[in-house]
Design a protein around this ligand. Structure first.
Ligand code: PAF
Length: 281
């Protein structure tokens, strides 16, 4: 596996790949890799000749400096995992390499950035768009892979790709959420949970699943309240939001339509903020 730390190094390798007419699959990450990331790499390997993973903890998408400082980082373990997953190139730039000067671009997402994560993490999606657009322009992959745990992020990336970067012709592939045996959605942040918080964390997906199954017994408001109350019963957990949204425009629905509605959650488990979602089918 090739390790590139600068755009120049990366471009040198990518030139060879493009000359050989190989297709490039791209998996952008912030490191602290887990089985969710590895499933994206597997998908990319199956659908492309060549897989490139980036590891970059992007300061622009953190609205809370403490969250940025605490974000787990473990390059040595990540490199071992990438080698065993047959990743071809990993790009690990420093902050100055990606932001040689301040990025002042402001993206307009037609409101899909204003709900849920966007409401509670001001500027988060603008920061995601800044880094993903830079990475897309450098890598120019055929396909890019994102996990559906970040349901709203996938919608933002699709919007960015379609409306701001159409000339790159990238296919965005969203992949299933990978879960632990007890249902907890895999996330780099899970590493930050204490033993007791880790036990509590399973209740988030279990509650979402239970109410997604029985959605027809309740109004949207009742459903939201039931899920919130049940999760909040656990001493470690505190719901930040439960939203029940339309899959297309991400706005709160007044009526649930199976196949077109998703229940989304952000929950504090101690000081660790976890997100999850479940499609109503
Ligand atoms: O999902 C993530 O890990 C990040 O938001 C991403 C897409 C790598 C951008 O920094």
């Amino acid at each position: 596996m090739i390790i590139a730390r600068t755009k120049e190094e990366l471009n040198r390798y990518l030139k060879l790949v493009r000359t050989a007419k190989k297709t490039i699959g791209f998996v952008p990450t912030m490191g602290a890799l887990h089985k969710g990331h590895l499933s994206l790499i597997k998908c990319s390997n199956a659908e492309n000749n060549f897989t490139l993973v980036s590891i970059f903890v992007n300061p622009a998408q953190f609205n809370n400096p403490d969250d940025l400082n605490k974000y787990p980082r473990n390059e040595t373990v990540d490199l071992d995992l990438l080698t065993s997953e047959s990743c071809d190139i990993v790009f690990i730039p420093e902050v100055d390499e990606m932001y040689p000067e301040e990025d002042k671009r402001i993206f307009d997402f037609n409101g899909i950035d204003e709900v849920m994560e966007g409401k509670f993490r001001k500027g988060h999606f603008n920061g995601v768009a800044q880094i993903v657009s830079k990475l897309f322009e450098i890598v120019r992959p055929n396909k890019a892979y994102f996990g559906r745990k970040d349901f709203q992020q996938v919608a933002i990336i699709n919007y960015l790709n379609k409306n701001y970067l159409p000339e790159l012709g990238i296919d965005i592939v969203s992949c299933n959420i990978i879960r632990e045996d007890d249902g907890l959605a895999m996330s780099s942040r899970n590493q930050l949970l204490s033993v007791s918080e880790r036990q509590s964390a399973a209740l988030i997906s279990q509650t979402l699943k239970k109410y997604a199954r029985n959605f027809s017994e309740y109004s949207v408001e009742e459903l939201r309240n039931k899920i919130t109350d049940e999760i909040n019963l656990d001493k470690n957990l505190e719901v930040e939001y439960i939203d029940i949204v339309d899959d297309e425009n991400l706005q709160t629905v007044s009526e649930i339509i199976s196949g077109k509605t998703t229940i989304c959650a952000a929950v504090y488990d101690g000081t660790v903020r976890l997100i999850d979602n479940i499609a109503i089918s």
